[in-house]
Design a protein around this ligand. Structure first.
Ligand code: NAD
Length: 333
């Protein structure tokens, strides 16, 4: 019988998998796969991870028995695909599970800024119920710029249309049919950034999209526009974002992801050992960003709804069963 090990998986998820995954010995590790926990995967044929597990070249080298890595996420930038190919390890993902889930969260961030929900909440905690400084703006008739019209981007467009927004989109593979059906336009990156009141990022993290928002492209933005990022932190150069907020090129940012978001989670460790200057500098920059009143941050929870988590587990179980039948599904490498 094959052995599977699931990393960074909570109690109820473990029960969910146990009840449904057949003919497989399963080991659960609640922490991510790291140098400290990788020994748990030593005898595993199948490794399931989430995005805080780093399967770099060195990690791949040490999981000698592994034949399948199945990530419980859409993005797979935490896995060295080349190293997996060399070792003939199949890599599967969950290509869609929550386009509505992430798209709904995108609007939670957008509305939080457009209607000052975060500020009103902070005021009410202080028993300040005045409306001073809380005037917002309508989404209706504003232009939303969608960068990346895939599963999530398309759902964002559908919701935006419900709000009565105009949509302008940028994608390397434009789909004319969909743009006619959903009534949106495509433009170049420069056009979209230049015309949108709110820009929302939905491209995957690739060498071609890393820092797609940088010191150059930030200059194209319409003055005072909002930036929403629920995709990957590394799409945005933090220095450029801080500069744009300081100079009011951007009126605000709603961020579910930031560059080096791991640093924020490890802040007490980093502060306890300040010898790693690069980490300390990264943490300081992130804290500067997250402490701003014009920034709303959620700690990478856009995917995090009960329904989406169940869909992720269902697809992962199907990925394992398909692999065991010799017909791997949702293969990315
Ligand atoms: P998708 O693959 O369906 O769509 C991505 C789109 O980006 C495609 O249409 C593709 O053509 C386009 N694209 C690729 N490279 C491009 C480039 N250089 N310039 C312009 N367009 C480009 O992906 P999806 O399911 O919509 O997910 C998008 C991303 O959202 C994922 O890759 C993941 O990183 C992120 N995500 C985040 C969360 C979260 O919890 N915050 C959850 C799920 C997914």
């Amino acid at each position: 019988m094959q052995q599977a090990v699931f990393f960074e998986i909570s109690g109820w998820e473990q029960q969910y998998v146990k009840r449904r995954l057949k003919n497989t010995r399963v080991l659960f590790v609640d922490k991510p796969l790291t140098k400290e926990t990788i020994s748990k995967a030593a005898g595993a044929d199948i490794i399931s991870v989430f995005i805080y597990s780093r399967l770099d070249r060195q990690a791949i080298r040490s999981v000698k028995k592994a034949a399948l890595v199945t990530t419980r996420s859409t993005g797979f930038d935490h896995i060295d695909l080349e190293a997996c190919r060399k070792r003939k390890i199949t890599v599967s993902n969950v290509p869609f599970y929550g386009e509505n889930t992430v798209a709904e969260h995108t609007f939670a961030l957008m509305l939080s800024i457009s209607r000052n929900i975060h500020k009103a909440y902070m005021h009410s905690l202080q028993r300040d119920y005045s409306i001073e400084g809380l005037k917002g703006f309508d989404l209706k008739a504003k232009t939303l710029g969608v960068i990346g019209v895939g599963h999530i981007g398309l759902h964002v467009i559908r919701i935006a249309k419900g709000f009565g927004m105009n949509v302008l989109a940028y994608d390397v593979r434009p789909n004319k049919y969909l743009s006619e059906i959903l009534d949106f336009e495509y433009g170049t990156l420069e056009e979209v950034l230049g015309r949108a009141d709110i820009v929302s990022l939905h491209v995957p993290l690739l060498p071609s999209t890393r820092h797609i928002i940088n010191r150059e492209t930030i200059r194209y933005f319409k003055k005072g526009a909002l930036l929403i990022n629920t995709s990957r932190g590394e799409l945005v150069d933090t220095d450029a974002l801080l500069m744009a907020l300081d100079r009011k090129i951007l009126g605000g940012a709603g961020l579910d992801v930031i560059e080096g978001e791991q640093l924020v989670m490890e802040d007490s460790q980093i502060l306890a050992d300040p010898s790693n200057e690069a980490k300390l500098a990264g943490l300081a920059k992130n804290q500067m960003l997250l402490g701003r009143k014009d920034v709303v941050y959620t700690p990478h929870i856009a995917f995090y709804s009960q329904e989406a988590l169940e869909r992720i587990l269902d697809t992962t179980i199907q990925n394992i069963a398909a692999f065991q039948k010799g017909a791997p599904a949702n293969v990315v490498a």
